[in-house]
Design a protein around this ligand. Sequence first.
Ligand SMILES: Cc1ncc(C[n+]2csc(CCOP(=O)(O)OP(=O)(O)O)c2C)c(N)n1
Length: 281
Amino acid sequence: MLTSQEKKELEIFACEIRKSTLTAIHSCGMGHIGGAMSMVEALAVLYGKVMHIDPKKPRMADRDRFVLSKGHCGPSLYATLSLKGYFPAEALTTMNQGGTILPSHVDRLKTPGVDYSAGSLGTGISVAVGSAVGARVTGGSYRTYCIVGDGECDEGQVWEAAMFCAQHKVDNLTVLIDYNKQQLDGWTKDICDLGSITEKFRQFGWYAQEIDGHDIGAIYEAIENSKACKGRPSVIVLNTIKGKGCSFAEAAGLCHHLPCSDEQYETEMKLLDEKIAKIRA
Ligand SMILES: Cc1ncc(C[n+]2csc(CCOP(=O)(O)OP(=O)(O)O)c2C)c(N)n1
């Protein structure tokens, strides 16, 4: 269990991730705000507490691996990596521009700390399975974590990976589903309804937990449970809100890809600073 101090620190880290995410998106004028914001607490817990990593040695052999299967949500991963010290914060304002180390979709050859490239939805989870099986084959001690979108779960490849993991008892992998209920152009239930994602994974032989995806303590506990589960793959379905923590995105409702004006940027930075001050108080 996290101490109250650890929880506070991770909540502040989450606010800082949101601020840096908006800095990157504002510099381009627009971006995938919704899905970048909904997974911030998961990133804060993974990079702030759980994962065995060393930003000074981004390719360290026994580092835990992370796959952002919904690779279009790079901005909040880049924010997290810059805050951890993988690269200077100044890089954030070059996102998506020529010569940048921060392309719109994650690319392992461009960004220090990005373990795997992604962007074609459905493929990242299979790469994560390969990473986990690779550890087993080579005797590696690392664990692989992977964030998948709920819209992404409409891709058949996700379920091929799920079947493979159950059959081969891939238990050194934790998949987190960012269940923000939206995808590019609408609500997932209206486009290709998944029913209960948690129950589906359970039926596919996985140890499946479903939690509030913005509750830092619950995320940490669920990840610890997943690590303790042997002989079965683990999934954590994170009930999230698309655009969470960015008031204009939350207010927009559907908020997959939005512009961010100077005024909106300033307002959000102020709100996040106020939130940080409140957590510290
Ligand atoms: C194979 C493939 N088809 C279509 C797209 C275009 N696309 C980019 S994001 C997106 C929606 C993804 O929704 P979800 O996985 O729920 O992500 P989130 O809502 O968290 O952003 C789509 C269809 C893509 N990147 N890859």
